[in-house]
Design a protein around this ligand. Structure first.
Ligand code: AKB
Length: 315
């Protein structure tokens, strides 16, 4: 089948790499990138591009009508740290944006929809180690409970309207092509830029704060694998746990020192992102993703650190 793919929120950390991967796979003309901000030169100039505001149903309707997408990726969101500064706006964007797209997916009979969830759906009373797919979930950030509510809407639209919606609970994503946009896990990207530039970094998370993370290449591969899987293999229609690497700032710093021996890592106390990180899992059990659609990560900590340093140094 000739796919026509619409990516909404294409200029963000995931979108920047996902659009390029989709254009390579399906051909540039088949992948329409869209975003509310017109940054992202590589994205805008390597294929079709539309201005899209997920809160503007008429604008979205026009884009769906014009391109008749067979697959839609909705990546526009406000992440955990910024969400705490702008709680109402985060709820509005993350929730209304999703509902607008799900309604249009029904109206235009879109074949498949991808929507990202996050480890932020877990909360202080969720198990911290090997956090299972199903457990107590009491997220206490606006981002976290907007993602949890979004997961319920995704499953609901699958059951009630037959929308083939697929989702992953991404861990913190580590990438060199685009910056992360206001999350709690952002330190794990900033640290590489500073290590190369100034040989030092001051972490806003404490030395022992372990969090689930993933190199972007693995995240893109997971996303495309899930979207390619036959519908009957996608047994979870809320969102799949996905694990890559778990590490602390101290462990990451030690690994960077193997490449930059005089790198110095320090820590600042009292950052509000520490409280968010403390409410999240340390490690994730992703056995359902492994069983249902064959997920296996390729990047461990040493490989990810080497890839980040080499790619950033050469970019
Ligand atoms: C964040 O830190 O908010 C995001 C996430 C884990 O979803 N990177």
């Amino acid at each position: 089948m000739n796919e026509k793919i619409l990516v909404i929120g294409a200029n963000g950390q995931i979108g920047t790499e996902l659009v390029l991967a989709l254009r390579k796979k399906y051909g540039a003309e088949q992948v329409v990138a869209s975003d509310i901000n017109n940054a992202g030169y590589a994205i805008r100039h390597s294929g079709p591009y539309e201005f899209a505001n997920v809160l503007d149903q008429d604008n979205l309707h026009h884009i769906f009508q014009k391109h008749q997408p067979t697959q839609v990726y909705l990546l526009a969101a406000i992440l955990s740290a910024v969400g705490e500064q702008k709680p109402k706006m985060a709820w509005e964007l993350n929730m209304t944006g999703l509902l607008n797209v799900l309604d249009l997916a029904v109206e235009f009979n879109v074949g498949r929809v991808f929507w990202p969830s996050s480890i932020a759906v877990f909360g202080p009373n969720s198990p911290k180690e090997s956090t299972p797919q199903y457990c107590v979930m009491d997220p206490n950030t606006v981002y976290g409970f907007s993602k949890l509510a979004g997961e319920r809407w995704c499953e609901y639209y699958f059951n009630k309207h037959g929308v083939d919606v697929r989702s992953i609970r991404y861990p913190g994503l580590i990438s060199w092509k685009a910056a992360p946009g206001g999350g709690t896990t952002d330190y794990a990207v900033h640290i590489f830029h500073e290590a190369l530039k100034t040989k030092s970094y001051s972490s806003f998370l404490s030395a022992q704060t372990a969090l689930p993370m993933m190199y972007m290449d693995d995240a893109i591969r997971a996303t495309l694998t899930l979207m390619d899987a036959p519908a009957e293999q996608v047994k979870i229609r809320s969102s799949y746990n996905l694990a890559g690497i778990s590490f602390t700032p101290e462990q990451l710093g030690e690994e960077i020192k193997k490449h930059i021996p005089n790198f110095e890592l320090s820590y600042v106390d009292g950052d509000p992102r520490q409280t968010i990180a403390d409410s999240w899992p340390k490690t994730i059990d992703d056995s359902r993703a492994q069983q249902d659609w064959g997920w296996q990560p390729e990047y461990d900590l040493p490989r990810m650190v080497e890839a980040m340093l080499i790619n950033l140094a050469n970019s």
